[in-house]
Design a protein around this ligand. Structure first.
Ligand SMILES: [Zn+2]
Ligand SMILES: [Zn+2]
Length: 259
């Protein structure tokens, strides 16, 4: 059994969801987390998770959206996370690639999400792109004020950030990017990081893995990323499935089986 630790079910047309969930089940996906990108849409995330047993959800403000969401305080984030099927905080972090919000606003909201993760003990799902140094600096300064569980999702940054995260007790999640022909360095990194800190995800509907490039991604495809991770580690797909599922549950302690 595999878990898709990061997907966006609210980005699919609702009439497609039954087929997507059926295909995931048939591919051996035992659970998935639909990830929040706007705190204003938290009710949508909660409704999706409540309606579908294999779905858990997170709530958070993606760095693309933070400019509209600074009215949400740390206390608001904590209150929204109270629902039994909300198992994580995020996605939150820094994105200097698109930089649709000022860097200071991204950092402010990133720190609020970190505080919420520290307070609730729910894992923080971190999105970071072209911002390795500032992400590491914020993680270090915040960790100094008290630990919090976290993962770096859709990992595509450099080894220095991966190792810094591991040293702080964090987890690393790989998406379909791991399967791309050009991702040699990422596969080399995936081969050497501690095996008990690795997760897999789709980030669907984005980033379909090889050989599904060009199609909308869906949670069933996490099996492809897991297969490439297994190859990089010299393990069987079954062993990687068991290990990443165990890692998921160690981090996402609120994600009880089938909600
Ligand atoms: Zn992301
Ligand atoms: Zn995402």
């Amino acid at each position: 059994m595999l878990i898709d630790s990061h997907c966006h079910l609210d980005f699919f047309p609702p009439y497609d969801l039954p087929a997507i969930l059926t295909q995931a089940r048939e591919a051996g996906i035992g659970g998935m987390v639909t990830i929040g990108t706007r705190l204003a849409n938290a009710a949508t995330q909660i409704a999706l998770a409540a309606a579908h047993p294999p779905v858990w959800a997170s709530i958070g403000s993606h760095p693309h959206n933070v400019a509209d969401e600074t009215r949400f305080t740390t206390a608001d984030i904590i209150a929204l996370a109270n629902h039994p099927k909300i198992v994580g905080i995020g996605e939150s972090g820094l994105d200097y690639h698109y930089q649709t919000a000022p860097r200071e606003t991204q950092a402010l909201m990133f720190r609020r999400h970190i505080e919420a993760a520290r307070e609730t003990r729910l894992p923080l799902i971190i999105h970071t792109r072209d911002a390795d140094e500032d992400t590491a600096a914020i993680l270090h300064s915040e960790a100094g004020q008290g630990g919090f569980p976290f993962l770096l999702h859709c990992f595509s940054s450099g080894p220095a950030l991966a190792h810094a995260a591991i040293r702080l007790g964090g987890y690393i999640s790989f998406s379909g990017i791991l399967t791309f022909p050009k991702s040699h360095e990422l596969r080399a990194l995936a081969a050497e990081l501690p095996i008990d800190r690795l997760l897999v995800e789709t980030d669907s509907p984005y980033l379909a893995p090889v050989p599904h490039r060009g199609k909308p991604c869906q949670p069933a495809y996490v099996a492809r990323t897991a297969a490439i991770l297994a190859e990089a580690r010299g393990l069987t797909p079954e062993a990687i499935a068991a290990q990443t599922t165990e890692n998921f549950h160690r981090l996402f302690t609120k994600a009880t089986p089938c909600g």
